[in-house]
Design a protein around this ligand. Structure first.
Ligand SMILES: [Zn+2]
Length: 136
């Protein structure tokens, strides 16, 4: 079952990548993409990170490290990322940061397997969790 919003908000925040609220970070982030229509991909225009399988992801420097731009978009505009979850694209476009319609929290088979091998898996968050306002 997908988590409800109430359940999602109750996930322990110390196990999450926190929500980004610093206006300086947000202003810097917003220089690197242009908002289009809700159904379009909003392509990252800044630096890129090469993914193992999916091609190049947008990269953004925060907390003194280069991070995936679509994860930062989630943390700015939607909320924290609970531990073990991945920010996925419904559009399969790794450069896309359309947080309105194209990003959702989910798990990655490879990440899940990796986490279970390392004994880090804490519980059964397996279904995709859709942010408030997301609809098909
Ligand atoms: Zn997209």
């Amino acid at each position: 079952m997908p988590l409800t919003l109430a359940e999602w908000l109750q996930l322990p925040t110390d196990l999450a990548e926190y929500r980004i609220t610093d206006p300086r970070v947000i202003a810097r982030f917003e220089k690197f993409f242009i908002r289009g229509a809700d159904d379009e991909c909003w392509l990252w225009q800044g630096g890129m990170i090469n993914g193992r399988r999916s091609g190049a992801y947008g990269g953004f420097s925060a907390d003194r490290q280069t991070q995936l731009a679509h994860r930062i978009a989630h943390r700015i505009y939607i909320g924290p990322i609970p531990v073990g979850l991945k920010v996925c694209h419904i559009c399969d476009n790794p450069r896309c940061v359309n947080y309105v319609k194209h990003l959702f929290l989910g798990t990655d088979q490879e990440n899940m397997l990796d986490a279970s091998i390392k004994g880090k898996l804490h519980g059964g968050i397996r279904t995709a969790i859709f942010p408030p306002g997301w609809s098909e």
